[in-house]
Design a protein around this ligand. Structure first.
Ligand SMILES: C[S@@+](CC[C@H](N)C(=O)[O-])C[C@H]1O[C@@H](n2cnc3c(N)ncnc32)[C@H](O)[C@@H]1O
Length: 234
């Protein structure tokens, strides 16, 4: 059964999780790191200089950008616990805001890029959210190819992503990013798991990143521009 989600659900989740939970780890040790790198790649390619991150969580991507691609950045999330952790992680209190992504006033200012990773699949009104993003804005989003009790939906392939979001975003690129098997991708943790699984060849291959995208799970990172109203059917 799907779990209903509101900011309290996320506050509890972000307050609990131990130190090894992926959203508590340094970004470069988290299983989300490959997905963040794919976002960074698009930002660099498009030369984005101002980013609004919708559903920024505990600030993993914000921290990576601060270290490797400093841009004018604002992150919003409706979980105050997540925002607190993001501020602590980046030491940038002015860069984060507690707000519901579905508030239209968030999107009034001149934005160059909206980043929204691992959020759309949690929101029943995901299309309404994307419709709020101003025309001409470049968007970088990710959605998963696997189900979870927290997911409203997931996507089997690129065609399904285009079918759902293609009219709202002129998608020019979709990358498949495999999800690492381990939530903590530190070498020491990987070596430990390789030792434990030394008699399981299939598992060893998955640990080393050779698993099948459909089986081990992963994300579709897609990007493109919000069309002008004239060219949009909406
Ligand atoms: C799975 S986490 C992803 C966090 C981050 N984007 C990342 O990729 O690491 C989903 C985030 O979306 C936030 N979120 C979900 N619905 C939201 C809404 N309506 N308004 C603002 N934030 C929301 C949650 O609080 C949570 O931090």
């Amino acid at each position: 059964m799907k779990k209903p989600q509101n900011h309290t659900t996320y506050d509890e989740m972000f307050s609990k999780g131990g130190e090894q939970a992926p959203y508590q780890l340094p970004y470069f040790l988290s299983c989300y790191y490959p997905m963040y790198l794919a976002v960074l790649d698009v930002l660099k390619r498009t030369g984005s200089s101002r980013v609004l991150e919708v559903g920024c969580g505990t600030g993993g991507l914000a921290h990576l950008l601060k270290d490797r691609y400093p841009v004018e950045y604002i992150g919003i999330d409706f979980s105050s616990v997540a925002v607190e952790k993001a501020i602590k992680r980046t030491n940038n209190p002015d860069s984060f805001l507690v707000a519901d992504a579905l508030s239209p006033e968030l999107y009034n200012s001149n934005l160059s890029t909206i980043v929204c990773t691992e959020v759309l699949e949690h929101i029943p009104q995901d299309l309404k959210l994307v419709e709020l993003w101003p025309e001409g804005t470049h968007c970088i989003c990710s959605v998963p190819n696997y189900d979870s009790q927290y997911h409203e939906r997931f996507f089997k392939d690129e065609a399904e992503v285009i079918e759902r979001y293609g009219e709202l975003i002129e998608i020019d690129r979709i990358d498949r990013i495999k999800k690492p098997i381990l939530e903590n991708i530190a070498i020491s943790n990987l070596l430990r798991h390789l030792r434990w699984n030394r008699y399981r060849p299939g598992r060893l291959l998955e640990l080393l990143g050779f698993g099948d995208f459909d089986k081990v799970g992963g994300w579709f990172v897609f990007s493109g521009q919000r069309p002008s109203r004239k060219s949009s059917n909406h």
